[in-house]
Design a protein around this ligand. Structure first.
Ligand SMILES: [Zn+2]
Length: 277
């Protein structure tokens, strides 16, 4: 089933007048399910991890088109992931409906130094959102992540009136070390994490530790497949990324899912033509 980011990507592609060519990336056929070359497809490994938390991605214009975008990985792991294209002059009505849905306690995830001090929180679940009667939080945490370059994210943060009344969740770099392995794009800022790393930190803060570890390990596996494909090298199924994946998901996480010498089509691959999953 297509997730929110893949649907947004398809909608954005439909608006394009010419094919999108990723800078520095490979330009051969890609799997529609994971955006990798068919020889490095990881659709068959896609996890199913129940989470109470949701993620709302506000994505800069061409971000959904980039094969290295990691918001896609968040949508792979967190079932309630929502994705919207961001524009300065218009706000998607569906985003407004989501933000006003009473089941969610929404937070904008952004460095606190850029927000008024009164808006900044350090934890995902404010005390007034916790229901003691049932022992469960009354509202589900919804993390709003601004997905783009740093400059684009700053613009989205400062020019989105619909976010102005929401608390700003400011993550602490010390909390991030467990979930930060980003190697797909380089950044000059040591504390500039990729979208899936930020989402993993948010899940951790919300007490969703299994989902946080799954997402971190999923990024590792995706990064390995992506870089091996770019360098025309085979997948190392017994390498560090896949060992960690099996540690998080158990041996069943991969059992019987590796590409076979005589591959068959996978029901989880949306291309219908992918030869390896
Ligand atoms: Zn695939």
């Amino acid at each position: 089933m297509l997730h929110a980011v893949s649907r947004l990507r398809a909608a954005r592609l439909a608006l394009s007048t010419k094919p999108f060519l990723a800078r520095g990336g490979f330009k051969r056929e890609r799997c529609e399910g994971c955006r990798l070359l068919p020889s490095h497809c990881l659709c068959a490994l896609r996890p199913a991890t129940p989470t109470r938390a949701g993620v709302c991605l506000l994505m800069a214009d061409i971000e959904p088109l980039k094969p290295s975008n990691t918001g896609w990985l968040v949508a792979d792991v967190v079932a309630d992931t929502f994705a919207f294209g961001w524009a300065r002059t218009a706000t998607d009505p569906a985003l407004l409906r989501l933000l006003s849905d009473p089941q969610w306690q929404a937070h904008v995830v952004f460095p606190g130094e850029y927000a008024a001090p009164g808006r900044v929180v350090r934890t995902a679940l404010p005390a007034d959102a916790v229901c003691s009667a049932g022992g469960l939080p009354r509202k589900r945490p919804l993390f709003i992540l601004l997905d783009g370059t740093w400059a684009e994210a700053r613009k989205m943060f400062s020019r989105s009136p619909c976010l102005d009344a929401l608390p700003v969740l400011s993550l602490q770099p010390a909390e991030a070390s467990e979930y930060t392995q980003y190697k797909l794009r380089r950044s000059n800022r040591d504390d500039h994490f990729c979208t899936s790393e930020v989402a993993a930190q948010c899940l951790h803060l919300a007490g969703e530790h299994t989902a946080a570890m799954t997402l971190a390990a999923w990024l590792d596996v995706f990064t390995h497949h992506y870089l091996q494909a770019r360098n025309q090298l085979p997948v190392a199924w017994d390498g560090a990324a896949h060992r960690r994946w099996r540690e998080v998901n158990g041996p069943a996480g991969e059992a019987g899912r590796r590409p076979q010498l005589a591959p068959t089509l996978s029901t989880s691959c949306t291309t219908g033509t992918c030869p390896t999953c």
